[in-house]
Design a protein around this ligand. Structure first.
Ligand code: TPP
Ligand code: SF4
Ligand code: MG
Length: 343
């Protein structure tokens, strides 16, 4: 993790936690929520706001992290929190950051650093709210973080498939049948890579997983410190939607990284840096077979050997053929040149 630097429009100085023993004890997302047992998205909320601290406003689009966290008369949020429409996390982040700046400029409120974080689910962010997130990432004069918590379905409305649902997964919109086993045949969007490649003035894009909590919190801190709009994509195992024993949440997060399916990286000012076990893979460690990850989840229970092989082949391609392995999906330049030469 790069050292914290203060920029002209930076929010606050949030030093990285140097190890788990240095993490602050205060909680800003506490009891009072009703998420499922083993819900990693709830853990993401807790870690996200623990990293950002008390000087934070959280905005969140409709989904499990809205509905289950604000049940009538109860809420786990200690910091100010506001709900926004399903596709509006980008607009909420930009509008809040711009509003605070205007009020401070006009002297209507004290000029002081305030973190603005807007979260969205994969349905609300990667599908419905993609345009608004993209627009926000072009407004470099406003500081905000958009955190996409990806449980790989429209979970709150009973597990419908989204553009982030993995190939072949059983959802309520893609139940495997006898005549047709694989209903969902599209490959998952590459959200963080898309945000990094498509927004050259967005200074910080990262991927995280709550199985690696300190790393995750430090990436949140970096995103809030660097200045301008930033984006983080978090992969969140969801016991209900993925159909597994809640005690496996942490392990599934680790397996997603160890199989190379979900790489941990950051792109800061255009420079890619890999983290943890992803970095070890880049440096030559073997990836675990994806079957170890898939077969622990009921949503892939209908997979045959052929399906597992297809899935493995697609993941292998991201490592072997992509220009920046597992990050940017353009074919490698040497392969492109070879293809052009044969024409
Ligand atoms: C415009 C609109 N369409 C549909 C809904 C119904 N709805 C509420 S939550 C939700 C699922 C959102 O999925 P996601 O963003 O992935 O969050 P998750 O529930 O998985 O946490 C849907 C479809 C809505 N609230 N607003
Ligand atoms: S359905 Fe999934 S994301 Fe929603 S509260 Fe339950 S475990 Fe969490
Ligand atoms: Mg979702």
């Amino acid at each position: 993790m790069a050292e914290t630097t203060t920029f002209t429009n930076a929010t606050q100085i949030l030093e990285p936690f140097r190890g788990v023993k240095k993490v602050t004890l205060e909680e800003y997302f506490t009891s009072g929520h009703r998420t499922c047992q083993g819900c990693e998205s709830a853990l993401v909320m807790k870690l996200m706001v623990k990293a950002s601290g008390p000087r934070t406003i959280v905005l969140g689009s409709t989904g499990c992290m809205y509905v289950a966290n604000t049940t009538y008369y109860t809420t786990p949020w200690v910091v100010p929190w506001m709900h926004t429409q399903l596709g509006s996390s980008g607009s909420a982040a930009l509008g809040t950051a711009a509003g605070l700046k205007a009020l401070m400029r006009k002297g209507k409120m004290k000029s002081e650093p305030i973190n603005v974080i807007a979260f969205c689910g994969d349905g609300g962010g990667a599908d419905m709210g993609l345009g608004a997130i993209s627009a926000t990432l072009t407004h470099k004069e406003y500081n905000s973080l958009i955190l996409l918590y990806d449980n790989e379905s429209y979970a709150n409305t009973d597990i419908q498939l989204s553009g982030m649902t993995p190939y072949g997964a059983h959802t309520t919109f893609s139940p495997p049948g006898r005549a047709k086993r694989i209903i969902h045949t599209r490959w998952k969007k590459n959200m963080a890579g898309m945000m990094a490649a498509g927004h050259p003035e967005c200074r910080y894009v990262a991927t995280v997983c709550a199985s690696y909590a300190v790393e995750m919190m430090n990436k949140v801190r970096r995103a809030l410190t660097i200045g301008g709009p930033t984006f983080i994509h978090s992969l969140d195992p969801c016991p209900k939607g993925w159909d597994y024993d809640p005690m496996l949440s942490h392990e599934l997060g680790e397996l997603a990284i160890e199989t190379g399916l979900f790489p941990l990286y950051e792109v800061e000012d255009g420079v890619v840096k890999y983290y943890g076990k992803t970095r070890a893979i880049v440096e030559g460690r073997a990836r675990k077979p994806v079957r170890e990850y898939l077969l622990k989840q009921g949503r892939f229970a209908h997979f045959t050997e052929e399906d597992l092989e297809y899935f493995q082949k697609k993941v292998d391609e991201t490592w072997e053929k992509w220009e920046i392995p597992a990050v940017i999906p353009f074919r490698r330049l040497d392969a492109t040149r070879a293809a052009l030469d044969t024409k």
